[in-house]
Design a protein around this ligand. Sequence first.
Ligand SMILES: NC(=O)C1=CN([C@@H]2O[C@H](COP(=O)(O)OP(=O)(O)OC[C@H]3O[C@@H](n4cnc5c(N)ncnc54)[C@H](O)[C@@H]3O)[C@@H](O)[C@H]2O)C=CC1
Ligand SMILES: CC(=O)[C@H](N)C(=O)O
Length: 343
Amino acid sequence: MQAAVLEDERTVRIETRDGPTPAADAVVVRIEHVGICGSDMHYYEHGHNGDNELDVPTIMGHESAGTIVETGADVTGSSVGDRVALEPGVPCGSCRYCDIDEYNLCEDVRFMASPPDDGALVEYVAWPAQRTYSLPESVSTRAGALCEPLSVAIHANRRGNVGSGDTVLVTGCGPIGLLCMDAAYAAGAEDVIVADIVERKLELATERGAAHAIRTDERSLVDAVDELTDGGVDVVLECSGAEAVIDRTVESVRKGGQVVFVGLPQDPELPTDVFGLIDNELDISGSFRFRNTYAEAIELLASGAVEVESLVDFELPLVDTGRAFERAADPEVVKGMIAVNGT
Ligand SMILES: NC(=O)C1=CN([C@@H]2O[C@H](COP(=O)(O)OP(=O)(O)OC[C@H]3O[C@@H](n4cnc5c(N)ncnc54)[C@H](O)[C@@H]3O)[C@@H](O)[C@H]2O)C=CC1
Ligand SMILES: CC(=O)[C@H](N)C(=O)O
């Protein structure tokens, strides 16, 4: 079978690999769609993603869905022909974090396309049946693959306790930011204000329901939020990873509000005004991947509460993965997709 391997920065090669055999608790999935994520692009452009290094050639892609073609001996509840989304993380199941069901924090997790663990840009993947989720008829594998970034968004909203009537600021309108906005509305937020530096992204966010859009390269984020709110938003979901914005988030939130960091900056140091945090009783949190989100993601897609297919700007076959990554590096592009088995 063919696989798209990131050998080094900006070097994707199509290689031939042996097809997988499922363990007793696993299924083999014929991969149909894989979304290109901001993290794939971090590896592609800089050779690292946060503090994870691309130290060995690695099959990229962790936003995936396809059809089960084989089941392991002990698998019940999944059948050949089921269309499924694959949750990309497989936790160890026995550490203190797995014990308390905070399995996204497992220190021994295997995560697709996180070197040395291979990802889903390959024709067939053997994956634990427990980490695959059936897609209803109304949800395509193209949409099913995007359960992954939607899961990041659901988890970020949970971390920020976004709820009924909240005003939320989402900084960065890539797929993660746009889906954070959608998930915030689904959680009951009243108004979502968005910020970006690319006009097309702000237009898209506005079409999807943003209450206000701010160009942070044209005006001060803090002044704009100040004009639009009575003393700041309830929650900031920071999805740009841009240091210039990260620095301003705590000034954009109301007293007693929450700031959730999702985007990964190149420079992880954060200057903190500790008096400001104390005096204003701010809650600052990080949001790392997701846990127990796939069922909700599929429900949001199936009910139509969140729509993802229109985020996809282009779709290319597996053999063109290198070209797809080049195209996805364009700041105007929101989501590139690989049709792995040509469907
Ligand atoms: N914490 C986690 O579990 C996860 C974190 N991430 C990270 O989240 C971030 C967002 O992911 P994607 O949406 O896929 O990335 P993206 O690169 O498509 O989106 C980032 C957006 O921020 C905008 N931006 C850049 N500078 C800005 C500024 N000064 N002001 C306002 N907006 C600005 C860009 O124009 C772009 O629209 C990335 O850093 C990614 O690595 C992604 C998945 C999971
Ligand atoms: C959860 C993600 O999508 C993230 N890109 C990661 O690699 O951790």
